[in-house]
Ligand binder design. Structure first.
Ligand SMILES: [Zn+2]
Length: 146
């Protein structure tokens, strides 16, 4: 964060924080739409809507936005797309569990619930079944082919 702050130079710290948070939030919104779409296609259940908006800025009562976006209980403080996508996927997964009592997504081979992992600089769904290390099922971003 401080590196980028240095590059931007002239803007004040609150302004910087605001724009950093806005950028992370904007990225989280795109990731959210992407993950919600696959959750809804795969489960037939609603994963988002007005009544359950669970993506939010984290605001300090005195300082305002502090560079952190929250998705369910996951917090994202980096505008790195892969990290944001992983955190959002965990948030949606948590929502499916708490709201629909549904394990999503599931490995087609082992019938186990998948976990967010990182592979070749991509956020992926991993299964713990099969070999000891488990296996990567697919990239979370449908546009990424592993
Ligand atoms: Zn599996």
């Amino acid at each position: 964060m401080s590196e980028l702050y240095g590059e931007l130079g002239d803007i004040s710290e609150p302004e910087f924080c605001e724009s950093w948070t806005a950028r992370t939030f904007c990225m989280a919104r795109s990731a959210f739409e992407m993950v919600v779409r696959s959750a809804e296609e795969e489960t037939g259940e609603a994963a988002a809507g007005d009544e359950f908006c669970y993506i939010d800025y984290l605001r300090d009562p005195d300082l305002g936005p502090v560079g952190v976006v929250r998705i369910k209980s996951a917090e994202v403080s980096t505008p790195d797309w892969v990290d944001v996508l992983g955190a959002v996927a965990e948030g949606v997964q948590e929502f499916m569990m708490s709201h629909h009592r549904m394990v999503w997504p599931i490995c087609g081979d082992h019938g186990l619930g998948l976990h967010v992992g990182y592979f070749h600089e991509a956020a992926v769904w991993k299964c713990t079944g099969g070999t000891a290390e488990g296996h990567v099922v697919r990239a979370i971003d449908p546009a990424v082919h592993l």
